[in-house]
Design a protein around this ligand. Structure first.
Ligand SMILES: Cc1ncc(COP(=O)(O)O)c(C=O)c1O
Length: 410
């Protein structure tokens, strides 16, 4: 492939693959908001994809003990035997899924799990079905690897879930994977076992398609809904499903960087080959911490989920009280994905027209100092995502500001 520009030999030049990606819009908005804050601005940032809670003390204590014990060396390539056993036990306990330890992998975050799996399987031109709105990394990872993302919109009328007919139409002989994410980042939509059924029935008919089940937000699920994982709902798909999960969101451990997955041994082995040439193994200390997270007291999960639900309820009702905005009630995760079609075409006090959701988000940041992410960054417009993983007081303030900003439009 020819490089688009011809810089001088000494000039930095990214690879064609990476140069084509550009900087994530979420990071750009976050950086702009952080800069405004540094300069003394009263800014509320509702963009972060991480819980505001701290990692529970027993988990930190397990990490400290691991260090003192001398667990400070490389570990087995794709996870310590103890952590793999704890993950197998977790899959059995929470999901009714039986995985041998040879079917388990541990990586530096679920993001690395996804990267390893796609790197190990995609050849140029292979297609990956990504329902929209999507977590941005799915698209970027597929593109970095020379795969072809096939986007299938999940419409609001369908609760931001896949329509099985749309899925059927998107599948071709070149489809290698579909990525399913329930509860979803960014929409918060989740599938019950019954809601997964028609989607999985389509996949049963297409044996070339493997299923990446991103269950990252499993434990943040509301109103008593029972979590469902694809291989559990349809055991016939288990031999071509990678069930991905991690400790980042459930146990407020985003910085520890531990993600894991269960899947067929051949895939798990191929993923280990990739990992062996990137990170060699996940952090030994973080693995000891994750072991305590999975084996220790689980009551923290329900407590934190209750707290997230309280925030969800306030944000959803607050948004729906603002004329021009509407927001469905998400089933899980800690995001709302509100529709802002009612403000498109309106004019700001400065005379600018809000042409799309990006402009609406720019306006919110400039006018009232609230940083949120446009739906178009996740492949579906016109929406905006709020991460409500912050205090009730800050959320109340943010809602009042958004309401003020919308009321000022004409
Ligand atoms: C849907 C989804 N999957 C996976 C991840 C990756 O999590 P981590 O790499 O921290 O394990 C995230 C993080 O934002 C996410 O939102």
């Amino acid at each position: 492939m020819a490089h688009p520009s011809s810089p001088s030999p000494s000039e930095f030049r990214p690879s064609v693959r990476v140069g084509a990606l550009g900087v994530s819009e979420i990071l750009q908005i976050g950086a702009r908001a952080a800069e405004m804050k540094r300069q003394g601005g009263n800014i509320i940032i509702l963009g972060a994809g991480e819980p505001d809670f701290d990692t529970p003390e027993p988990i930190k204590a397990a990490a400290a003990q691991a260090m003192r014990r001398g667990d400070t060396k490389y570990t087995a390539l794709d996870g310590t035997p103890a952590l793999k056993a704890a993950i197998a036990a977790k899959f059995q306990r929470d999901n009714g899924l039986t995985y041998e330890t040879s079917e388990i992998t541990v990586s530096t975050g679920a993001k690395q799990v996804l990267f390893n799996a796609l790197m190990a399987t995609l050849d140029p031109g292979d297609e990956v079905i990504i329902p929209t709105p999507y977590w941005v990394s799915y698209l970027d990872i597929v593109q970095i690897l020379g795969g072809v993302p096939v986007l299938v919109p999940c419409r609001e009328e369908n609760g931001f879930r896949l329509d099985p007919q749309d899925l059927e139409k998107a599948i071709t002989a070149k489809t290698r994977w579909i990525i399913l994410n329930s509860p979803s980042n960014p929409s918060g939509a989740a599938y019950s076992a019954e809601q997964y059924r028609p989607v999985l029935d389509v996949l049963l008919r297409h044996p070339q398609v493997w299923i990446m089940a991103d269950d990252m937000y499993e434990h943040i699920l509301y109103d008593g809904m029972t979590f469902a994982s694809p291989a559990q709902v349809e055991p016939a798909l288990k031999s071509r499903t990678l069930t991905v999960n991690g400790v980042s969101k459930a146990y407020a451990m985003t910085g520890w960087r531990i993600g894991y997955a269960g899947g067929p041994t051949a895939l798990i082995k191929a993923m280990a080959v990739v990992q062996s040439q990137t990170t060699s193994c996940p952090s030994s200390i973080s693995q000891a911490a994750a072991l305590e997270a999975l084996n220790g007291d689980q009551s923290v999960l329900a407590e934190r989920c209750r707290s997230f639900q309280e925030r969800r309820d306030m944000v959803v009702s607050g948004l729906n009280a603002i004329p021009g905005l509407t927001c469905q009630t998400p089933e899980g995760a800690f995001y709302t994905f509100a529709n802002c079609a009612g403000v498109i075409g309106k004019t700001t006090p400065d005379g600018a027209v809000i042409t799309d959701d990006r402009e609406f988000c720019n306006y919110l940041l400039a006018a009232v100092g609230v940083a949120v992410v446009p739906g178009s960054a996740f492949g579906l417009a016109p929406y905006f995502r709020i991460s409500y993983a912050t205090s009730m007081a800050e959320l109340r303030d943010a809602l009042a500001r958004i309401s003020r900003a919308v009321a000022a439009l004409s």
